[in-house]
Design a protein around this ligand. Structure first.
Ligand SMILES: *Cc1c(COP(=O)(O)O)cnc(C)c1O
Length: 394
């Protein structure tokens, strides 16, 4: 039986989960008085990320959003340019496109991975390159493609990179949710020209807030460091020939990141175990589909466990389950609302196939923290069982 105290304790979708080593590195920064956006913690955190992601160069930054802004800036995205991005994502993928005065061109998802549909991507590129007519003269093809590995699931990178290379368009991977995920055995984030990571409080590891740009191209990361530190020219005085930003990561926060990197493998195992736990308890429930690795080529960190609830077959729906969980003080969340349905991106060009709208209408993210306790799981499964079929045992 649940005690009243654990009934009242809120179960969140995804919470920070410390290793216990973080304070040691934070204190180290205090002892050395390196309370600055550079120092040993930043260097070490970058090095551990490079090793883990199997990539040559990493710049730790203030957020994942800042990393996307720099990535697009480094690719010389300018006002009036077009950048292809998935419609099914978090707004932080798209916002930086507009910071640069460029225009997002949204592409729908494939049903397998829920990520960018490669066929629709190619159709979109062809459409953008072939268009003509008044006012369209001088608009080149798309300047960049942003691919997202949503909820940890790798996108179909083989097909996407094949298309991107065919048309010579650089790819930025948004790996904010997919640290530790692999595609064909290789970490995601190593397929495109560059990739971004996020260490926001809800991600698989956190620095409380932070991000990184990663790349095998040294010039890209050198440029990112330059832009992130106000674009200061090499001179004894302060001289600037370009517009810069204040986007570096604090040495204090990088200390948290160092402590987190020591247990990243464990966190991935825990998230995947929770995903398997949901599959087990929902095994015999009709009308439930999980976001699932389509083949052995895909390895998801299963940052969040996400399901689709078929209204007819399941006898319930997404909102009913969400509200039932909420009544027990358990947080769950509808899947991302597609960007083409967002008021702020109304009227954006979008190539749609209905997948993202279906995902949004029927999909739910379930509590997936790596530190869920046995009693948390009992509470969650209690609500789920009651919701789907109070009569039947499963
Ligand atoms: C969290 C997230 C970001 C932004 O990262 P921040 O560090 O919060 O700025 C970008 N894209 C996706 C898909 C995310 O989930």
């Amino acid at each position: 039986m649940n005690t009243p105290t654990n009934i009242n304790k809120r179960i969140f979708l995804s919470t920070p989960h410390m290793s216990g080593k973080e304070m040691h590195y934070v204190e180290e920064a205090f002892k050395k008085n390196y309370i600055a956006p550079l120092g040993h913690n930043v260097d070490s955190f970058e090095e551990s990320l490079a090793n883990f992601c199997k990539i040559s160069h990493v710049a730790a930054l203030s957020s994942g959003t800042a990393a996307i802004h720099l990535a697009l800036t480094i690719l010389a995205v300018k006002p009036g340019d077009e950048v292809i991005a998935p419609t099914f994502t978090f707004s932080a993928t798209i916002n930086p496109i507009t910071y640069l005065g460029a225009t997002p061109v949204l592409v729908d998802s494939e049903p397998e991975t829920w990520n960018m549909d490669p066929d629709l991507l190619e159709k979109t590129i062809i459409k953008l390159r072939n268009r003509s007519g008044p006012g369209k003269k001088g608009v080149a093809g798309p300047k960049a493609i942003i691919v997202v590995h949503l909820y940890g699931m790798p996108a179909n990178m083989d097909a996407i990179m094949h298309i991107a290379n065919k048309y010579g368009i650089p790819v930025i991977e948004d790996g904010a949710e997919s640290l530790g995920s692999r595609y064909m055995g290789k970490p995601v984030g190593t397929y495109g020209k560059m990739a971004i990571l996020s260490f926001n409080g809800n991600k698989i590891i956190t620095t409380s807030g932070g991000g990184a740009l990663i790349s095998d191209d040294k010039e890209v990361i050198d440029k990112a460091r330059f832009l992130a530190a106000q674009a200061r020219d090499p001179a004894p005085h302060y001289q600037h020939s370009e517009i810069g930003y204040n986007y570096r990561m604090s040495n204090i926060l990088a200390g948290i990141g160092r402590g987190q990197m020591e247990i990243i493998e464990e966190r991935i195992k825990q998230r995947r175990k929770i995903n398997q736990w949901y599959r087990d308890i929902l095994k015999n429930v009709p009308g439930i589909t999980f976001q699932t690795e389509p083949s052995d080529n895909y390895f998801s960190n299963y940052w969040l466990t996400c399901i689709i609830i078929d209204r007819e077959k399941s006898g319930t729906d997404r909102e009913k389950l969400r509200i039932a969980l909420e009544a027990e003080n358990i947080e769950s969340r509808p899947l991302w609302k597609p960007m083409h349905l967002q008021p702020v991106f109304k009227g954006s060009q979008a190539n749609l196939n209905g997948t993202s709208e279906k995902l949004f209408n029927d999909g739910l993210c379930l509590p997936s923290s790596s530190n869920l306790t046995e009693s948390d799981l009992t509470r969650i499964s209690g609500v789920i069982k009651k919701q789907f079929n109070p009569e039947k045992e499963f």
